[in-house]
Design a protein around this ligand. Structure first.
Ligand code: FAQ
Length: 317
């Protein structure tokens, strides 16, 4: 950067050189807004995403399974908190971001509006939902915005453990009784379409992708990542001895990828507009949990105020 470099040029130079933008750097308002939207929606997804699995903690089939599931759900809470911190570094405070979720003006991932009906669904969530999250988030470790990219490194390591615990649940079921294997088969097929939709709408209907890729927030398009995910899960399903009921899911020699059937994009749009099977339940639960936690936030604020007052008194003494 020379004395005559404008902030705009300096920003573009950092992007072109694959360097990081930090919270103190100048950035275009639209870059800030795009990141605040994506990171806060990602944080909301982690927080709402605790609900389908938390619902099974008390019904986990053994103490060991219960302990593992509790740890996983706690990890998701932790991811939400890192991500709110990363979003706050862009200038909007957490209370405002959380309010946008509670008001219904901010989105969260469509996948969490589907119920976890059986224990096998917990396996399917771990294997497919966390698996899709990994495929989406590994490239985000190289996101041009430093605080988001760095948060993603730890998040991805933990998601990797989550994915394996889901796989292991399904492996046990798939090698159990015929009824258990059937339960696993139904679970992975319930989550197959919604998991593929986690990557967002098809590229032609993705208004944010082009600019986000130019800014190196996103490194691959929605369809590219979806394809990568499909190519990963088919051999994994085979290794489990399970299969997907999609008749169009076949290896395409010419493309070097699996083809797959058209997803139900009307259903996707309906879910992200609030009309999925569990949207109302998820939001009611979150609003209640937020109200129940008010005393904790008040106590933490009072404690921080008192600690600051004591510190100020000590400094001036
Ligand atoms: N659900 O133009 P695009 C997890 C919205 S975390 C709902 O393609 P973009 C861990 C999108 O916001 C899962 N809305 O948007 C876990 C936009 O609306 P807006 C969350 C969706 O941002 C596991 C509009 O559609 N992960 O699973 C969805 O370039 C188990 C147009 O779309 C992340 O958030 C959707 N699936 O690409 C936790 C990863 N897709 O905002 C608990 C970070 C799109 O303009 C248990 N986010 N929309 O009104 C991303 O990578 C991107 O934001 C995409 C969407 C790829 C999700």
């Amino acid at each position: 950067m020379t004395a005559t470099t404008t902030p705009d040029q300096a920003f573009n130079e950092l992007i072109d050189n694959d360097a990081r933008i930090e919270s103190t750097d100048w950035m275009p308002e639209k870059y800030r807004k795009t990141l605040t939207r994506q990171i806060s929606q990602h944080a909301h997804s982690e927080i709402i995403g605790m609900q389908p699995e938390a619902n099974w903690i008390s019904r986990a089939p053994s103490l060991k399974r219960k302990a593992i599931l509790m740890a996983k759900v706690q990890d998701e809470a932790g991811h939400g908190l890192y991500l709110y911190s990363a979003a706050e570094s862009l200038g909007t405070d957490r209370a405002t971001l959380v309010q946008q979720l509670l008001d219904g003006t901010a989105k969260y991932s469509s996948i969490f509006n589907y119920p976890a009906r059986t224990w096998a669904d917990i396996g399917a969530i771990g294997w497919l939902v966390d698996g899709a999250a990994i495929v989406n988030q590994v490239p985000l470790c190289r996101c041009s915005y430093g605080p988001y990219g760095r948060a993603m490194v730890r998040v991805c390591k933990e998601e990797s453990f989550h994915q394996r615990q889901g796989w292991e649940i399904l492996h046990s079921l798939a090698n159990g009784t015929a009824a258990q294997k059937q339960m696993a088969h139904e679970a992975i097929n319930r989550f197959y379409g919604p998991a593929l939709q986690m990557f967002g709408p098809p590229d032609g209907d993705s208004p944010n992708s082009e600019q986000s890729m130019a800014w190196k927030i996103k490194r691959f398009s929605n369809d590219e990542l979806r394809q990568r995910f499909v190519d990963t899960i088919v051999p994994q399903a085979e290794a489990l001895g399970l299969s997907f009921d999609d008749p169009d899911l076949v290896w395409n020699e010419e493309r070097g990828h699996y083809d797959y059937g058209e997803l139900d994009w009307d259903e996707f749009m309906s879910v992200i507009k609030g009309h999925g099977p569990c949207n109302t339940q998820r939001m009611e639960h979150r609003r209640q949990a937020h109200a129940d936690g008010a005393w904790v936030r008040d106590a933490a604020a009072a404690y921080a105020e008192r600690s600051n007052a004591v510190e100020t008194a000590l400094i001036s003494a």
